[in-house]
Design a protein around this ligand. Structure first.
Ligand code: SF4
Ligand code: SF4
Length: 84
């Protein structure tokens, strides 16, 4: 399952550098940075870390499992291996 960033995000940017898969993206909505997670690259950190690193650093706990992208541990590991 990929993770997703909810509307509670305060756009602090802390999750961007910690992702092992470069799955966190930054864009601009007018002048405000907005962050989102690319589902094709998010492995919930499977393959790299025991816990989702974005979630560990998020000050407002606004990163949750994306219900539209459910994957098994094996599928997440395969995804990680394809990315690296
Ligand atoms: S769970 Fe891991 S792989 Fe997915 S976006 Fe967060 S840091 Fe990146
Ligand atoms: S760490 Fe949390 S609050 Fe900060 S940009 Fe990422 S999702 Fe938003």
């Amino acid at each position: 399952m990929a993770m997703m960033i909810t509307d509670e995000c305060i756009d602090c940017g802390a999750c961007l550098p910690v992702c092992p898969n470069d799955a966190v993206n930054e864009g601009l909505a007018t002048d405000i940075p907005v962050y989102w997670i690319e589902v094709e690259r998010c492995t919930e950190c499977v393959g790299a870390h025991d816990e989702p690193q974005c979630l560990e650093v998020c000050p407002v706990d606004c990163i949750v499992p994306n219900p539209d992208y459910q994957e098994t541990q094996a599928e997440l590991l395969e995804k990680y291996e394809k990315l690296h």
